[in-house]
Design a protein around this ligand. Structure first.
Ligand SMILES: Nc1ncnc2c1ncn2[C@@H]1O[C@H](COP(=O)(O)OP(=O)(O)OP(=O)(O)O)[C@@H](O)[C@H]1O
Length: 280
């Protein structure tokens, strides 16, 4: 791909420990276009978070490199916002103040106080949190905390949004709602997204491409699958969709035949298409 906005080139990662070397990633090559939504899926411990942390600049690759919009990544920066599975809100700040902190950091020099306030309110409205501006994280639900985390990440106007199992800790209904919100917001903003998931249905529902990783040690990209489903996507209609089911099968076959490691959990019927998760 020549118009890569996010580019990983020959990324290797080896951790050193008292027990010796742990070669986690080998030769990760990936090009992501601007506005593309990609998911990383693979068995537990294969190195998905390590890839994401290298893109975030939280870890330094042993060799190889990452380029975002023409610039090499060598430290964390506001151009790459991360949302983790368990929210990382500051407990002593309100919902509004948590987003304010990030917005002030990024836009203090370029936007007036009134503009920043409007921007904070706009982003919290996007995730339907306008009613809880003055609440502390301890006073809101897990799903609401994830919404605030997503609003905070989006409010930084990052070039790349990095989502590390952002819905993993939520109940099925909340997860479905929040997935729909992220899909809607991404369509509206055209954000470039890299998301880690263990959920095959989530990967197909949300992504333009699904990147499947081989098992470690020395994990690499085993297969990349296009998801040729038109948007907007309707989770209920997709359950009967041939292409959707084909994509699903392709991922399951990669994980449980080509990269066999653990048995899949039984398929469940919950809010929408059945969800198949990799046992962690
Ligand atoms: N900071 C670190 N120092 C040493 N080893 C690490 C570090 N981070 C990750 N590892 C090791 O790298 C390997 C891959 O871990 P990683 O968290 O990237 O996998 P993962 O695919 O995201 O796993 P999961 O799906 O369970 O979250 C593991 O063996 C882990 O122990």
């Amino acid at each position: 791909m020549t118009n890569a906005y996010l580019q990983l080139s020959q990324v290797d990662m080896t951790f050193q420990s008292a027990r010796g070397e742990n070669p986690v990633l080998r030769g990760i090559d990936l090009s992501v276009a601007r506005g593309e939504y990609i998911s990383l899926i693979g068995h537990s411990g294969c190195g998905k978070s390590t890839v994401l942390n290298i893109v975030a600049g939280l870890l330094r690759a042993t060799s190889g490199g990452v380029i975002v919009d023409g610039r090499e990544v060598n430290a964390p920066g506001p151009d790459r916002a991360v949302v983790f599975q368990n929210h990382s809100l500051l407990p002593w700040l309100t919902v509004y103040q948590n987003v304010e902190l990030a917005v002030d950091k990024v836009f203090r020099a370029t936007r007036s106080a009134a503009e920043r306030r409007e921007w904070i309110l706009h982003n919290l409205a996007m995730v339907n949190m306008s009613h809880a501006l003055d609440r502390l994280p301890s006073e809101i639900s897990g799903g609401m905390k994830q919404r605030v985390g997503i609003a905070r990440a989006l409010a930084m106007e990052p070039k790349v949004l990095l989502l590390d199992e952002p819905f993993g800790a939520l109940d099925a209904l909340t997860r479905a709602h929040l997935q729909d919100e992220v899909i809607r917001i991404q369509a509206e903003l055209g954000s470039t997204v890299m998301m880690i998931t263990h959920d095959v249905d989530e990967a197909v529902l949300m992504s333009d491409r699904v990147v499947m990783m081989t098992n470690g040690p020395a994990a690499t990209i085993g297969q990349v699958m296009d998801v040729p489903l038109p948007r907007p996507r309707n989770r209920i209609a997709l359950a009967e969709d041939k292409t959707y089911n084909h994509c699903r099968q392709e991922i399951l076959s990669f994980l449980y035949e080509k990269q066999r490691k653990v048995e899949p959990l039984a398929a469940r019927n919950s809010a929408g298409p059945r969800t198949e998760k990799i046992a962690a």
